[in-house]
Design a protein around this ligand. Structure first.
Ligand code: NAD
Length: 344
């Protein structure tokens, strides 16, 4: 396929490399240099393009999508997340409606991850006879170095703009569809800036999503056991990932009525295995029982190739944009900025 990647920064360059490696012809567009073209308008024959990737900063997504669809109304577009800023959601919907032949998919890495799929399968099987009582998802990394370099500064979604799309994808994979929809419509009981989002109502399991880009670990007890290297264990035991350390503490834990836990732990071989980024584990722990299995594979790559396949096969007019999730996250961004204003 011929694929145009618009924006070849941190993420767009990974898209380009993965598609090239898979044998596709990749053309790049970026004004910063090092790309085949500096601007979309320089592309000679856009109608011969099979798929487009938009991986510019979020503020430039909507103008890039508008330009692509103006020149190619039936374009197949893989759009990086978030699809757009909260105030642009109505414009995004209008742009897509004006191009009923287009096909648009918002990148959902964890929604297409084999590790998440195998974890969810275990949860679904066990929860048929042992209902889910609590779900905790944590994505913690010390990003202060990135922030100092101008990355991970989302002025509109705030902290919710980085990891929360991924965390919602994992939550969506373990909850029944109607329960997940109810979750997105439920006002959280607690939202803190760091950011902890806790929901507790009678008609949902207790749910906590926690992410810290300052490296402050929220739930060392739920997944710390899975890490093998001493350095990782020490950081987790202190509940702090120090500045400049690239350890990522990411897990999803489901507690069932019997007290059993099903826990997906990403990258638990950090510090022990050079390929740790592509190895994840699911642990199933009950009273006196413990089993686990490992899932290997690059889930960013898997997700891109699956979504490209989906875009190629999907009917005209298909748009998978996760708008309820964007609105939920916009609400969280708004809630934390309000909390911060009150604190200041
Ligand atoms: N799916 C994920 O896991 C994931 C992870 C990180 C970032 N992202 C998303 O990917 C997008 C890009 O993030 P990044 O970290 O790669 O940013 P980045 O700043 O590293 O790269 C963006 C690139 O886009 C280029 N650019 C800017 N305007 C452009 C335009 N009009 N046309 C073409 N190129 C243009 C810039 O020059 C830059 O090279 C963001 O929307 C971000 O939220 C997704």
């Amino acid at each position: 396929m011929k694929i145009v990647v618009v924006g070849i920064g941190m993420i767009g360059s990974r898209h380009a490399a993965i598609f090239r490696e898979a044998g596709h012809e990749v053309v790049t567009v970026d004004p910063r240099g090092g790309a085949d073209h500096g601007r979309l308008s320089e592309l000679p024959f856009p109608s011969s393009v099979d798929a487009w990737v938009i991986a510019t900063p979020t503020a430039a997504h909507l103008p890039a999508l508008g330009e692509i669809l103006r020149r190619c109304p039936d374009a197949r577009v893989l759009l990086e997340k978030p699809a757009c800023y909260p105030t642009e959601i109505a414009d995004l919907v209008r742009t897509v409606r004006r191009h009923p032949r287009s096909r648009i998919v918002v990148n959902d890495v964890y929604g297409h991850s084999e590790a998440v799929r195998r974890f969810a399968e275990s949860v679904r099987r066990l929860s048929e006879s042992d209902p889910i009582t609590k779900v905790t998802v944590e994505f913690t990394k010390n990003r202060e170095l990135d922030v100092a370099n101008g990355r991970f500064v989302d002025t509109q979604y705030g902290e919710a703009g980085y990891e929360f799309f991924h965390m919602l994808s994992i939550l969506r994979s373990v909850l029944p569809a109607d329960t997940y929809r109810r979750y997105l419509r439920t006002l959280p009981a607690l939202v803190t800036p760091e950011m902890r989002v806790r929901t507790s109502t009678e008609d949902l399991p207790d749910i906590e999503l926690y992410a810290s880009s300052a490296g402050v670990i929220g739930h060392a007890d739920l997944a710390g056991f899975a890490f093998s290297a001493n350095a990782a264990r020490e950081h987790i035991a202190r509940s702090v990932i120090p500045y400049g350390t690239d350890l990522r503490y990411r897990f999803a834990d489901v507690e069932l009525g019997s007290g059993k836990h099903v826990t997906l732990v990403f990258e638990a071989c950090y510090g022990d295995d050079p390929d740790y980024k592509n190895k994840h584990a699911v642990h199933i722990r009950g009273t006196g029982t413990w089993r686990h299995f490992t899932i290997s594979g690059n889930h960013f790559k898997e997700a891109l190739l699956r979504q490209l396949h989906l875009l190629d096969r999907t009917a005209e007019g298909t748009a998978v944009m996760r708008l309820p999730e964007h609105r939920f996250l916009a609400g969280l961004g708004w809630a934390t900025s309000t909390v911060l204003c009150h604190v200041i």
